[in-house]
Design a binder for this molecule. Structure first.
Ligand code: GRF
Length: 198
C-alpha cells in the first residue's frame, strides 16, 4: 500500500466530527491525521486531538479583524508546515476566501448539516422544520468558492419527526455526520469520488 495520505482537520468548536474522522483512520486506512487546527484557541476539540497524540495549532482569527487574507496567511503557514494532502473542514465556521480555496481546491472537504443544495448557510435544522420537510440530513462536499456549493460526495438522510425542535434534529443529524464523513474520507483518500448514500 502506498504511503497514507496526510490529513489536516480544521475545527472551530468541540470537534465531534474531527474525532469521528480520527478514530476511523486506523492502520488499515488510506490516510492519517497530521494536524488539527482551530480558529479559536478555546475550541474544545484541540485538547481532544492533543489527547490522541495529534499535533494541534490555534490561529485566532480575532486579532486579524476584517483582514481575512492575513488570517488565512497565518493559517496557511501552519498548514504548509504539516504538508497535508487533504484538508477536512469539520465544524469550521470561518468562510474562506477564493484565494485560500484555490490553493487547496480538489483536496478540501466540508461537512454541512443539510441535504445540499437545500439550505446552504446557517440554521439548517430550523429552516427544514419551518418548511415542513419530512426528511433532512447532512452532506459532505468538495469545497469550492461557492459557499456550500461544491460537488457532493456523500449524503445521509434522517426523518423529521412531529414536534421536533432544531436541537432534536441537530442531534439526529450529527449521529449520521459521524458515519458519513469517515466513509467519504476513506473513499476520497483513494481517489474515489463516487458519491456515498447512507
Ligand atoms: C456539525 O453539525 C457540522 O455539520 C456543522 O457544525 C457542527 C459541528 O460539530 N458544520 P462538531 O464541532 O464537529 O462537533
Amino acid at each position: 500500500m502506498s504511503d497514507p495520505k496526510r490529513v489536516a482537520i480544521l475545527i472551530s468548536g468541540g470537534g465531534s466530527n474531527m474525532l469521528a474522522l480520527v478514530r476511523d483512520m486506523g492502520p488499515d486506512h488510506p490516510a492519517r491525521p497530521v494536524l488539527v487546527a482551530a480558529n479559536d484557541p478555546a475550541a474544545g476539540g484541540l485538547a481532544r486531538a492533543a489527547g490522541l497524540g495529534i499535533a494541534t495549532a490555534a490561529v485566532d482569527h480575532r486579532p486579524f479583524g476584517k483582514d481575512r487574507a492575513a488570517f488565512e496567511a497565518a493559517l496557511s503557514a501552519r498548514l504548509e508546515a504539516a504538508r497535508p494532502d487533504i484538508i477536512c473542514l469539520a465544524g469550521f465556521m470561518r468562510i474562506l476566501t477564493p484565494g485560500f480555496i484555490s490553493r487547496w481546491e480538489g483536496r478540501m472537504l466540508n461537512i454541512h448539516p443539510s441535504l445540499l443544495p437545500k439550505y446552504r448557510g446557517l440554521h439548517t435544522h430550523a429552516r427544514a422544520i419551518e418548511a415542513g420537510d419530512a426528511e433532512h440530513g447532512c452532506s459532505v462536499h468538495e469545497v469550492t468558492a461557492e459557499l456550500d456549493g461544491g460537488p457532493v460526495l456523500g449524503q445521509a438522510r434522517v426523518p423529521v419527526l412531529p414536534g421536533d425542535t432544531p436541537d432534536d434534529l441537530a442531534a439526529r443529524v450529527l449521529e449520521k455526520e459521524h458515519l458519513l464523513y469517515p466513509a467519504v474520507l476513506r473513499r476520497f483518500a483513494t481517489g474515489d469520488r463516487r458519491p456515498i448514500r447512507l
